[in-house]
Design a protein around this ligand. Structure first.
Ligand code: A3P
Length: 291
């Protein structure tokens, strides 16, 4: 089955979206979470797949035959409704693993209420805006299910305007950050910290989840989720996903902090920083753009 032409953005409850993430809205909003569900929430391109694979290895690393399925099937995407695949909600309803690992890109205010009622654990991953924008740009170039990205300069302006699928990066990261201040079951991770010291962040994750893997087990997970290993691993690198054109750009592209320096001109960077200061002036949330 072929995918229709690239979707268009529209305003959905104040957030830019495409129909692939809104067409199943009633079922998404009525989704019934289970108390042991673990939600992985991110703005797109912040390290969702990395954390998904870490959690998958921590919980299901021993079940070898399960590992013959791609990560995007093992960690279903809650709000996704796209030709070629069954709806995320349906896959999740039929999932018998415990815990269920669930992926979402929804901004905090749009999360189905059942996750709060059941007090589920939530792992949020955030990435600095500049690298996030670059990664999103290359992703939109290679993914036929995303709106046409256009050229980098216009794309960057759209990013600053919040006219991206799943809306404004600034609102997303600060919205989840604010919620974390009052909700103890949210672990807020930074992509930059994970690159800097994956073992340390793995320990934080395990302590949040109440897991105590052996040193050997931790080494195994750490090795499996290294960028180069995930890039070669067809179960983790999205190479089996038909909507992505790896001739344009691979899904596992660079995995670096600071790649923005290869994309932003000096003028773009200055304008971005100035705008960033205004948009982020009311939050304590801080990002590193280099490590
Ligand atoms: P780049 O495009 O900068 O390389 P998501 O899973 O949220 O779509 O995020 C994808 C981004 O995370 C890509 O960034 C990808 O390379 C990076 N990534 C995935 N796995 C990684 C890993 N093990 N180490 C570092 N970066 C990783």
């Amino acid at each position: 089955m072929e995918l229709p032409p690239r979707p268009k953005l529209f305003d959905f409850h104040g957030v830019s979206m495409t129909n692939y993430f809104t067409d199943n809205w009633d079922n998404v909003q009525n989704f019934q979470a289970r108390p042991d569900d673990i939600l992985i929430a991110t703005y797109p391109k912040a390290g969702t797949t990395w954390v998904s694979y870490i959690l998958d290895l921590l919980y299901f690393g021993q079940t070898t035959h399960e590992h013959q399925r791609p990560i995007f099937e093992k960690v279903p995407f809650l709000e996704l409704l796209i030709p070629l695949y069954p709806p995320g909600v349906e896959v999740l309803d039929n999932l018998t693993t415990s815990p269920r690992l669930i992926k979402t890109h929804l901004p905090v205010q749009l999360l189905p209420k059942s996750f709060w009622e059941k007090n589920c654990r939530i792992v949020y991953v955030a990435r600095n805006a500049k690298d996030n924008a670059v990664s999103y740009f290359h992703f939109d170039r290679m993914n036929q299910a995303e709106p046409e990205p256009g050229d980098w300069n216009n794309y960057l302006q759209r990013f600053m305007d919040g006219k991206m699928v799943f809306g404004s990066w600034y609102d997303h990261v600060t919205g989840w950050w604010e919620r974390k201040q009052t909700h103890s079951k949210i672990l807020y991770l930074f992509y930059e910290d994970m690159v800097e010291d994956t073992g340390r962040e793995l320990d934080r994750l395990c302590s949040f989840l109440g897991l105590s893997p052996s040193a050997e087990e931790k080494e195994r997970v750490k090795g499996g989720v290294q960028f180069d290993n995930m890039k070669k691993n067809s179960m983790a690198n999205y190479s089996t996903n038909p909507v992505m054109d790896f001739k344009i750009s691979p899904f596992m592209r660079k995995g670096k902090v600071g790649d923005w320096k290869n994309h932003f001109t000096v003028a773009q960077s200055e304008q971005f920083d100035e705008d960033y200061k205004k948009k982020m002036e009311n939050t304590q949330l801080r990002f590193r753009t280099t490590i």
